[in-house]
Ligand binder design. Sequence first.
Ligand SMILES: CC(C)(COP(=O)(O)OP(=O)(O)OC[C@H]1O[C@@H](n2cnc3c(N)ncnc32)[C@H](O)[C@@H]1OP(=O)(O)O)[C@@H](O)C(=O)NCCC(=O)NCCS
Length: 295
Amino acid sequence: MPADRAGLNFRQDYFDDPAGWAAIKSLLYEIFSVDLDPLDTVGGYDRTSFPSAFFDETGCCIANLSGFAMPLIVNGRPVKAAGWQSGAVRPDFRGQGLFGDLIRHTLWRGEEQGFEAVVLYTDKPGLYAPHGFRTVPQFSFRGDAPKPMGGQKPARHLTIETDLGLLQALLANRLAVSQRLAVAQQAEMFLLNCHLLDDVSLSLMPDDKTVIAWRMTDGGLFELLDVVGEQMPSLTEILGALQLTPASIETFIPPDRLAFDAEPVRDDGPLVLMMRCADDRLPTEPCCLSPMAEF
Ligand SMILES: CC(C)(COP(=O)(O)OP(=O)(O)OC[C@H]1O[C@@H](n2cnc3c(N)ncnc32)[C@H](O)[C@@H]1OP(=O)(O)O)[C@@H](O)C(=O)NCCC(=O)NCCS
């Protein structure tokens, strides 16, 4: 366990303490402008979380790094992975090795729990590469839209406020959207991202068992962000139920379960996905994690 520093106390697993939860929310709001308040309305933090942090004597959270369980499917097989998020140090305390301490300790905690892999998003890959993390290139997938299936009942628009129970039930029993790389189970980030991402629509397919997360761009491109359910509908069924006839489609999930003839388009944005795992746990085909799973 990291030693306390002058004026700072090391703490872990403190989210159940209301003052601790308020302190991490304030750190993340100040450093990333991310508001965690919506999480409180959808059941609170992920109970698998294992945060480690330094606090000052007034109870202010100075530095934090949180791990949580993020079971994945990679190359068709389950991988017991942990996600890392909320890594931050207040500006006045940077450059003193606090974050390095938190990385080493969180790695050790993950190994103790038997995680085979760690995944994270970062715009600073150099921070994690010395600890064995490797960048996993991310792609979206573009192609011509198929003809929508005719004669379908229309999908129903859902909101997170009115349909929370249904969404949670479907998230708990979902099929992984891809064999290449997908979240096997993780509900909290999906629900939080409904609040954080712009213009996401949630639609319930006529079978009442599948939710489509999607949006249309101003240019008329249909963007498929995620599919939550026990089965994977085809794109023709999805477009038919949404009553849309776009010319083209971009999916932000790998298309192997969609029977979609698509071109992979590499994401060259500043945010990269990194994994720390054995070579045979790394995805081997063009892939991405759904933006609804981003953390
Ligand atoms: C990035 C951040 C967490 C580093 O915290 P810190 O306490 O200053 O880091 P440390 O002093 O423990 O440095 C740890 C190591 O990372 C390196 N490092 C620090 N900032 C880095 C950066 N931006 N890019 C690459 N490496 C960096 C340090 O040189 C040090 O390397 P060393 O162990 O070889 O000496 C902090 O600057 C911060 O909160 N930034 C804003 C939020 C952010 O970007 N968080 C990370 C999101 S994934």
